[in-house]
Design a protein around this ligand. Structure first.
Ligand code: SF4
Length: 331
């Protein structure tokens, strides 16, 4: 690692990424490589905190592979960044346990996302697993094992990072200066709505468009997009400002936005044609990425080699940190 500053970020392995993940996080990760030493991690242990079934467990490994293929195709560069799987560097689990000795339970219970997760899972605070309560401690361990100085976050993740900083301060006060306090690298995360036109794009809501879809799959999915509900007939003028297809044109067909607006509000274009136009824009924008993905997929063992090399580099840093931490904690 150099002294350019180190960025850490992770993603839960949910399989192929959709355009919301791509525009909200991955393109930023790619850009950060120009200015920072970057460490990017598929956080498979985090995935275990909310598993529902044995199928979920069996899906973890294939999901990692699909997600990492998207990362590499989008431009994450294993020559410049460390790319690895969380569980392949078990030093993070040691650090998680050690940090849990300096983290008051009250700090964890008040994290807004904890309460939200409990609600989503229809559980009570008493019945959720211990791992879910400790999730922010494991996240802190992920970041500071590599002594990262900055973490790219959206506004909604700020409370988690603040908690990581509190844990670091407490550790440093008790055992002497050891970890840098990770800073938030605030990134504007565009809110990409799904095909339902209402909610954030998400696999679990089945309103997504995968970046690795074929052009034909993309067309098929975009055809299902909700548009202006008042436009029940082709000759009724539309309201592009409330239509998510129009929002997506702004991203994928930026040069055509004025025309789309004009033709929609004068009923000169129908929604079917408008959606085809959008699908063409998405397919054009992702053509290069998809081509690279196919090439990488065809290289036997490539993803495994990248992850193995990433784990080797991450482990070397992690081992040093654990030796230092254990020494300071009198172990
Ligand atoms: S023409 Fe396009 S922008 Fe207008 S309502 Fe239909 S899909 Fe939406």
């Amino acid at each position: 690692m150099t002294n350019r500053g180190t960025i850490f970020s992770g993603m839960r392995p949910t399989g192929r990424l959709h355009i919301g993940n791509y525009l909200g996080a991955l393109t930023n990760w790619v850009d950060l490589q120009a200015d920072y030493d970057c460490i990017y991690c598929a956080v498979d242990v985090h995935a275990l905190t909310t598993l529902d079934s044995p199928e979920d467990v069996r899906a973890i490994r294939p999901n990692i592979r699909e997600m990492v293929l998207d990362w590499l195709a989008a431009g994450l560069d294993p020559e410049r960044s460390i790319i690895f799987v969380q569980s392949q560097v078990p030093e993070v689990l040691t650090l998680h346990t050690l940090l849990s000795m300096v983290t008051p339970l009250g700090w964890l219970m008040r994290v807004p996302t904890f309460k939200e997760k409990v609600r989503q899972m229809s559980e009570t605070e008493e019945s959720v697993n211990y791992g879910l309560v400790g999730y922010p401690v494991l996240q802190t361990a992920d970041i500071i094992l590599y002594k990262a100085n900055a973490v790219p976050v959206g506004e909604d993740q700020l409370p988690h990072l603040e908690l990581a900083r509190e844990i670091v301060r407490r550790f440093n006060n008790m055992f002497g200066p050891t970890f840098p306090e990770p800073q938030a690298k605030l990134t504007e995360v565009p809110m990409i709505r799904g095909l339902d036109g209402q909610q954030k794009m998400s696999k679990s809501l089945d309103n997504h468009i995968d970046i690795a879809f074929t052009p034909e799959e993309t067309v098929k999915r975009v055809r299902t997009a909700f548009t202006d509900p008042q436009r029940t007939k082709r000759d009724i003028p539309g309201r592009p400002d409330i239509c998510n297809v129009y929002s997506l044109h702004k991203i994928f067909n930026p040069g055509d936005v004025d025309t789309v607006h004009e033709e929609c509000t004068t009923a000169a274009r129908g929604c079917v044609d408008c959606k085809m136009h959008l699908a063409e824009g998405i397919n054009r924008s992702l053509e290069g990425l998809r081509e690279r993905r196919r090439e990488l997929e065809a290289r036997p063992g490539y993803v495994d080699d990248v992850l193995e090399e990433g784990a080797r580099k991450a482990k070397a840093i992690g081992r040093e940190t654990i030796a230092e931490v254990m020494g300071k904690m009198g172990l």
